[in-house]
Design a protein around this ligand. Sequence first.
Ligand SMILES: Cc1cc2nc3c(=O)[nH]c(=O)nc-3n(C[C@H](O)[C@H](O)[C@H](O)COP(=O)(O)OP(=O)(O)OC[C@H]3O[C@@H](n4cnc5c(N)ncnc54)[C@H](O)[C@@H]3O)c2cc1C
Length: 458
Amino acid sequence: MSENQTVDLVVLGGGSGGYAAALRASELGMTVVMVEKDKVGGTCLHRGCIPTKALLHSAETVDVIKEAAQFGVNGTFESVDMPKVNAYKDKVVEGLFKGLSGLVKSRKIEVVQGHGRLVSPTAVEVDGRTIEARHVLLATGSVPRSLPGLEIDGSKVITSDDALRMDTIPGSVVILGAGAIGCEFASVWRSFGAEVTVVEALPHLVPLEEESSSKLLERAFRKRGIKQELGARFEKVETTDGGVVVHLEGGKTVEAELLLVAIGRGPVSQDLGYEQVGVEMERGFVKVDEYCQTSVPTISAVGDLIPTLQLAHVGFAEGILVAERLAGLAVTPVDYDGVPRVTYSSPEVASVGITSKVATERGYDVVEATYDLAGNGKARILGTAGAVKVIAAKDGPVLGVHMVGERVGELIAEAQLITNWEALPGEVAQLIHPHPTMSEAVGEAHLALAGKPLHSHS
Ligand SMILES: Cc1cc2nc3c(=O)[nH]c(=O)nc-3n(C[C@H](O)[C@H](O)[C@H](O)COP(=O)(O)OP(=O)(O)OC[C@H]3O[C@@H](n4cnc5c(N)ncnc54)[C@H](O)[C@@H]3O)c2cc1C
């Protein structure tokens, strides 16, 4: 594209939200320029979903070797070679990055490398070049947050970005924050042999999940030797020669080699010209309507930059929505309750729809059934504990499915269809699940809720 040409869409930020919008917009015949200061793929591909799941797979491999004897297989665990683990992780990321770059190129999206700024309702500037467009999409994502007075030094007090670059396994670690990122690192490091303590200000691990799921994860983590300080407020951290001393309110201290700060992520929106151009903001996030349009009609925003669930697949959905809206297609707002959420720790926690607490607050007369994985053949074979809980409106549709156990992340796809299609428990009970699979637990929970439990003891 020539420098002075006005394109249909300029996307600022090439992460999950930005590149999904760019791909869909070009598919719909729009001319697109995407500005990226680092690497297309953003946090998810380079510092998030993909590298963490590769680490979790290495961790699972350790567990499989260590637990082999219980399946009658003799083997000896020797050690974890972190440089080799990282080489494997980086190879996965590199392969996906190449694939994505090729896809972006094949859709004729021009990628402009550099730090962009919004300079008008229809223009972004990068290193002196002004890109004029009919529409602008802000997709600059997020970075790890800290607390006032909690200084990240990158060696003893670190974020997930630093943790993913480590070539050694810490002997001991304190993890501040028990959301998905904190619990996933707790799981990895414990499998790799570290002493792990998770500190969470709220009363439970994965505090946004159904309380029964949190409790099952807490029990499983306790069995794995992962220590938990729940309802414990962080006060300060001191760095010492050997590592860190983490002080909690009330006087308790926890010592470790490292402190991982995993208390959430804040939007990347400072000094990018957003306010100057008139984009309304709220606590650093860009405010949007249900169609991801900002207060400036030519400007949209998606992904971690807006105050919706910070998940890659939410960014994809919002990006696609914006591209289709700009191309004049009829679009439906994203249903955020219907977004599946997975914490990929061992065991996994997966959910979709609303919790029983939220359902009650919204005035539903809630009915629920819990199917314990102890009754599921495949779960017994794998040696995993956990449960599938289904909540529904009385005489009405399924409102939420909440699961804990190994591999339940793969079961959430079915639960998502059930919840989002507002199926009745009795309708799901009619569907036959293959035996022996973990998916039977989803069927069994619905059978129980429909009043005809099969392999249920209660
Ligand atoms: C450790 C970790 C694990 C995660 N695991 C999962 C998971 O398993 N599943 C899941 O769904 N989500 C996961 N997430 C969340 C997921 O990564 C984010 O929700 C997703 O990446 C958000 O996409 P985005 O496009 O909004 O932002 P980002 O992916 O952050 O992309 C923003 C892009 O904008 C670029 N940029 C910023 N400012 C500028 C500028 N001024 N000029 C040019 N470019 C700029 C950045 O370089 C970046 O590439 C994880 C996150 C972390 C940190």
